[in-house]
Design a protein around this ligand. Structure first.
Ligand code: TRP
Length: 361
């Protein structure tokens, strides 16, 4: 069976380092591993509209931001199909049929939907489109017969729901859809990178993100202002590394070789952590190191972005071509689905013969 990746992001803002370690970096590695037959990367504008219906301009503006972030991280349109969700109407058709296979109570139990409803104060009036977006996400994944969905941990319940829809569809209508597997980051720190203020999630509204497109100076300022262990007041005090955002970021980004270059007194992160825990290591020194580590990873991304920023029409052209290619694949899946559901009346000669016979008798 072919190995196919589908994943994507909502275009509600520029992508940040949480997106990067949570999924983006992995996608580029998978793309370059040559182990996949097809890779689809989707800008989920229709999904973004489910909770931004009154804000279409925000979604529209961020399409190109997300595309620039993709390209500057190394997603390569020669190897991966980059496309825009709303340009694939087949996804809506699939969603419409899948809606018959999911109950309201099942959607209400989806933990991601639950927490998002709370976050957005939707309790009293949830838009139907928002409530049902897990179903549309199942359409996104199954339309491409994706076997592998690399995402952050917060998306796990979505993939679970997709699997249920696939099983239900296949059991009712016969084997048609492919059950996907989720691919989470293997490094625990990457599962959910906290904000620079130590809050559990990096989010634009909390203003606690480091963006991939931040300047060198922005990144430095943000790192130097990062929250650490609040009880580590003096250099000599013992410090805590668990739950300390600076160390969580180091866990996510630091490679051993970086010590020789930027902090040769230590061989590796374990030694640095041991010193911090023991006491005698100041936050500023650790933050300066983290800044170097981050800059090393982000500098090439920033440089590439600058180049792509000069070629905006080409970026749209990549998305346009990608959307055409993606649509062909989704359309073939929709044909399979309609056939299995027996709503392919005009390609079904057996049906016409059968109905003719009925009246010939
Ligand atoms: N829900 C994802 C997010 O919020 C975006 C998304 C939409 C997605 N459809 C998808 C991710 C399909 C993976 C597969 O970032």
């Amino acid at each position: 069976m072919s190995k196919i990746i589908l994943t994507g992001d909502r275009p509600t803002g520029r992508l940040h380092v949480g997106h990067y370690v949570g999924s983006l970096r992995r996608r580029v590695e998978l793309q370059n591993s040559g182990m996949f037959d097809k890779i689809f990367i989707m800008i989920a504008d229709a999904q973004a509209l489910t909770d931004n219906a009154e804000n279409p301009e925000k979604v529209r503006q961020n399409i190109v931001e997300v595309a620039l972030d993709y390209l500057s991280c190394g997603l390569d349109p020669e190897k991966s199909t980059l496309f825009i969700q709303s340009q694939i109407p087949e996804l809506c058709e699939l969603s419409f049929y899948y809606m018959n296979l999911v109950t309201v109570s099942r959607l209400q139990r989806n933990p991601t939907v639950k927490s998002e409803i709370q976050m957005r104060n939707f309790e009293a009036s949830i838009p139907v489109g928002f409530f049902t977006y897990p179903i549309s996400q199942a359409a996104d994944i199954t339309a491409f017969k994706a076997t592998t969905v690399p995402v952050g941990e917060d998306q796990l319940p979505m993939i679970e729901q997709t699997k249920e829809i696939v099983r239900k569809f296949n059991s009712v209508y016969g084997d048609t859809l492919v059950e996907p597997e989720v691919l989470l980051p293997d490094n625990k720190a990457c599962l959910r990178l906290p904000g620079i203020d130590g809050k559990a999630k990096m989010s634009k509204s909390l203003n606690n993100c480091i963006y991939l497109s931040d300047t060198e100076e922005d990144v430095r300022k943000k790192v130097m202002s990062m929250f650490t262990d609040p009880n580590h007041l003096q250099v000599s005090d013992p410090g805590k590394v668990e739950g300390n955002p600076v160390f969580i970021y180091l866990d996510a980004f630091c490679k051993d070789g970086m010590f020789a270059e930027y902090l040769p007194e230590y061989a590796n992160l374990d030694e640095l952590k041991a010193h911090y825990t023991r006491g005698g290591l100041g936050d500023v020194k650790v933050k300066k190191f983290l800044n170097n580590v981050l800059q090393e990873e982000l500098a090439p991304i920033r440089t590439k972005r600058k180049e792509w920023e000069k070629q905006i029409p080409e970026v749209y052209e990549i998305l346009r071509k990608g959307s055409i290619a993606a649509r062909e694949v989704a359309s073939a899946t929709l044909d399979d689905v309609k056939k299995s559901m027996k709503i392919n009346y005009f390609d079904d000669n057996a049906l016409i013969t059968e109905q003719s016979k009925k009246y010939a008798e």
